[in-house]
Unconditional design. Structure first.
Length: 313
């Protein structure tokens, strides 16, 4: 039976937390323990503003804990047209996954121009800026945002993003992530403490892999992404059981999840093509720059595949 929360906690705060072991004061304690380790303004917002010379920049909200420090932005291609299909690129759902944020920005800076004539492009490079600064998987209320992309989400980062996307109907969605060693050393132990439930250990794959939608896998699309990234860095190999991150391999470098059921960012829309990229930044075979290049290559490879299909080209 779940531990009861303190009487002072409001109903809105408790939404989604009913099965946690932590009380509201435990969440407060954990949040206050987190340390600012890098600057969202210097590393993300400044780059968004520079890109504003080429793309439309829209502030779609700000985190209520500190609106001036944590404004939220989306970039859109300037020649937006209802006659073109829309491509969405998201990063920073988990703030600690650096190349997801920098890869989204890097794609807009280095590669978006070659696709603007064919697609509308929308980029939300950092959905969770507090988590980016504190290098966290969770938001400041100890929620994992990538399990809460649903209506009436208790996660502010998710709600603000979903509100901003109401008028966006993506044809393809690239959600850029990383899988790091800290998943096993920090975040799974923290989750076990929060929930009072032991977390199963799983090996972190060394290399890039992609997560498709088990209800709409689009195997050729995923394969094109893997082939493109393979020109930049190595692809993760399955373990002795044929699994990546505890999930059966579908094809080289690809596993499938029920993204809508799990309320993942990649499942929020009815996009025909979705992928969640996963880079392993702790590999001795890569650098931060290679990880960013791999994210860009994933988007480029996927878009080139879409252009090869008659429905787009």
């Amino acid at each position: 039976m779940a531990t009861q929360f303190s009487k002072e906690a409001t109903a809105s705060n408790l939404t989604g937390m009913e099965d946690w072991k932590w009380r509201e004061e435990d969440v407060d304690r954990w949040s206050k323990e987190q340390i600012i380790k890098r600057s969202y303004d210097e590393e993300v917002v400044s780059k968004i503003k520079e890109l504003g010379e080429r793309f439309h920049v829209q502030q779609y909200g700000a985190l209520s804990q500190d609106p001036e420090r944590y404004p939220l932005y989306a970039l859109t291609s300037p020649n937006f047209s209802p006659d073109k299909k829309t491509v969405l690129i998201t990063g920073g759902v988990h703030g600690y996954e650096t190349s997801g944020v920098q890869g989204a920005l890097g794609f807009m800076e280095r590669a978006a121009a070659q696709f603007e004539d064919k697609f509308n492009i929308v980029c939300v490079p950092c959905i969770s800026p507090w988590a980016y600064e504190t290098v966290n998987r969770w938001n400041s209320r100890a929620f994992d945002p990538n399990r809460w992309f649903t209506e009436e989400s208790p996660v502010e980062e998710c709600r603000l993003f979903l509100d901003a996307m109401k008028e966006v109907q993506p044809f393809a969605h690239f959600d850029l992530h990383e899988t790091t060693d800290t998943d096993n050393t920090i975040f799974r132990p923290a989750k076990a403490d929060r929930d009072g439930v032991a977390e199963e250990w799983s090996e972190i794959p060394d290399g890039f892999y992609a997560v498709g939608d088990s209800e709409n896998p689009q195997a050729d699309f995923q394969r094109a992404i893997i082939e493109s990234v393979n020109e930049v860095t190595h692809i993760a190999q399955p373990d002795e059981h044929g699994h990546l991150i505890g999930t059966a391999l579908e094809q080289e470098g690809v596993v499938n999840y029920p993204v809508k059921k799990l309320k993942l960012c990649a499942g929020f829309s009815n996009a025909a093509y979705t992928t969640t990229t996963e880079v392993y930044p702790d590999s001795p075979r890569v650098s931060p720059e290679v990880c960013i290049d791999a994210q860009i290559a994933a988007v480029v490879g996927g878009l080139k595949y879409l252009l090869s299909q008659e429905e787009v080209g």
